[in-house]
Design a protein around this ligand. Sequence first.
Ligand SMILES: Nc1ncnc2c1ncn2[C@@H]1O[C@H](COP(=O)(O)OP(=O)(O)OP(=O)(O)O)[C@@H](O)[C@H]1O
Ligand SMILES: [Mg+2]
Length: 296
Amino acid sequence: MKIGILSFRSLSRRASAEALALQKAVRAAGHRCQIFRAKRFQMVYDGHSPWLLYNGKPFKPADVMITRPSVLSNVELHVALIEQMELMGVKLFNSAESILKAKNKLKTMQILDHHNIPVPKTVVIHRGEDLKQAVKFVGGFPVIVKTPFGTFGKGVTIVESMRALKSFLIWNQPMYLIQEFVKHTRGKDIRIFVVGGKVVGTMMRSAKKGEFRSNIELGGVGEKVEITEEEVSTALRSVQALDLNYGGVDIMRGKGGVVVLEVNANPGFEELEKATGSDIAGAIIDYVVEYAGRHV
Ligand SMILES: Nc1ncnc2c1ncn2[C@@H]1O[C@H](COP(=O)(O)OP(=O)(O)OP(=O)(O)O)[C@@H](O)[C@H]1O
Ligand SMILES: [Mg+2]
């Protein structure tokens, strides 16, 4: 079988550690693998020509394409390539629609809350007049402010006072998420890696001194952690609610119980493998082969 990895990285950068690890795992499983770079595709519309060109030639789809949408802005535009493949009947691992839901923090809160999955109290505001009420609703200062799109902690800010909040919101975004600061976590959250309805890896991340965000990219440190049955089911339900085939669920153990911060449709796993010794790439490929086998 041929397994494709669809990487959205800029062509000036080499393929990610995750894409290379997946390629190695595919070959170790005895299958063929190709890393496709999204920027080398041309989408053609003239009613009869091949719809997709890759490096100028008609695109020959793999049996299944694992999507790695490392895009932060214009997500809808970038995801159009995945939608085109779906229209051509190509099998995708993480669909365009699921990626759009996961990349958009507002939509993620909407869907998780709709499925009664616990999230930090969050208010989406469109104007300054609603700030006072929103801050009160999420339990007062400090509050967390998030832009709808962001990653690696970019777009996540802690704000300690109304004065700071008013000066911080420059409204270059159509709306902001005002979110309860989950207390008593001492800057720790847990990344739960889910593949095909199963937890394949868990890592506790601790923020570095003076930082509240535990993202590895911001100096956070990962370590092995056991999670509860409730945390397992919360993570599985979250990935399912967003219709993802695989995802990285960020949870926090707040005073009121576990809450889900977000679900990543393009979760990294290099740090998770290092910190826990789990073979995440292998787990993904084992499932993808079985999954693709069911659909070929
Ligand atoms: N409501 C909150 N209360 C306390 N800490 C929070 C809250 N929301 C986020 N954080 C901290 O900020 C980090 C980044 O937040 P979040 O996961 O929502 O955004 P992100 O930048 O999209 O992350 P990723 O890189 O995982 O995509 C979290 O890992 C957590 O440490
Ligand atoms: Mg996160």
